[in-house]
Design a protein around this ligand. Structure first.
Ligand SMILES: Nc1ncnc2c1ncn2[C@@H]1O[C@H](COP(=O)(O)OP(=O)(O)OP(=O)(O)O)[C@@H](O)[C@H]1O
Length: 238
């Protein structure tokens, strides 16, 4: 009954004071407390914070609570809500709701009962994935990403000025950002804000290069700004 009440209540909410305004999907903090049975069962920990098990209308859900010390901040939280509320794909975990009540922020996803991918890649896993299975997942993940980019309007993500010929330094910088984004350790992955800042620096390099080219000076005089991403995956050679 409590959950049914929660759903009804959520449907009545229509928040227009910020960009997070999605009818039917917004839950109050007290709803979240009910859904998770007062944060009874922890199922994981990630870049946002702790993930709890819960029930929403008899369906299992995973509730990610944004921790105040989260490496991924409010902007990332907003981006996740805005994108996943619009984009639906069989290879993307469905976002069923969110809570944005003062310092209490939560993302509510459908529950993935088979665990995370890492658990199926470990050598001692009882149900270790075959290579065919891994390839299938990689292909489907790429399809999901492709679908997301198709619906999210790539022009809003990558500046068109990054297309075409690139300075080698800005090229490397972009690769370093990409490598940091796929770091296996969530705390080493950059936030969306850091990615945007770094890409802006790539742009600045390109703009400076074009200017130098126009001034017929050597482009070798352009130096890379220091990147904060020093993951074990980052390419070292320049
Ligand atoms: N939808 C879900 N269903 C079941 N378990 C989940 C779900 N989402 C997260 N988990 C569990 O919580 C753990 C942490 O997930 P989370 O997505 O927060 O971390 P992450 O994979 O490091 O990603 P991110 O950097 O986006 O936070 C996962 O490894 C998984 O065990």
């Amino acid at each position: 009954m409590a959950i049914i009440w929660s759903l009804r209540r959520a449907k009545q909410v229509w928040k227009m004071d910020g960009s997070l305004a999605f009818k039917n999907r917004m839950f109050s903090y007290s709803d979240v407390v009910r859904i998770t049975s007062n944060f009874e069962r922890v199922i994981g920990k990630g870049g946002f914070g702790t993930v709890y098990h819960g029930y929403l209308d008899e369906n299992q859900v995973a509730v990610k609570m944004l921790s105040p010390s989260s490496v991924q901040g409010y902007k990332q939280f907003q981006a996740e809500v805005e994108l996943l509320m619009r984009v639906h794909h069989k290879n993307l975990t469905t976002l069923v709701g969110y809570c944005d009540e003062g310092t209490n922020m939560a993302l509510i996803y459908e529950f993935m009962a088979n665990g995370n991918l890492q658990e199926h890649l470990l050598e001692d896993a009882s149900n270790i994935l075959s290579w065919e299975g891994r390839l299938q997942i990689a292909t489907e993940a790429a399809q999901g990403l492709d679908s997301m980019l198709a619906k999210a309007d790539i022009r809003n993500i990558v500046d068109t000025r990054l297309q075409g010929d690139l300075d080698i330094n800005s090229g490397w910088k972009a690769v370093e950002i990409a490598m940091a984004c796929v770091s296996p350790t969530s705390t080493k992955r950059p936030t969306m804000n850091q990615v945007v800042t770094e890409l802006n620096e790539c742009l600045a390099i390109e703009i400076a290069r074009k200017k130098v080219g126009n001034d017929t000076e050597s482009k070798d005089s352009i130096e890379l700004t220091n990147s904060d991403f020093h993951t074990e995956l980052s390419p070292l050679a320049r």
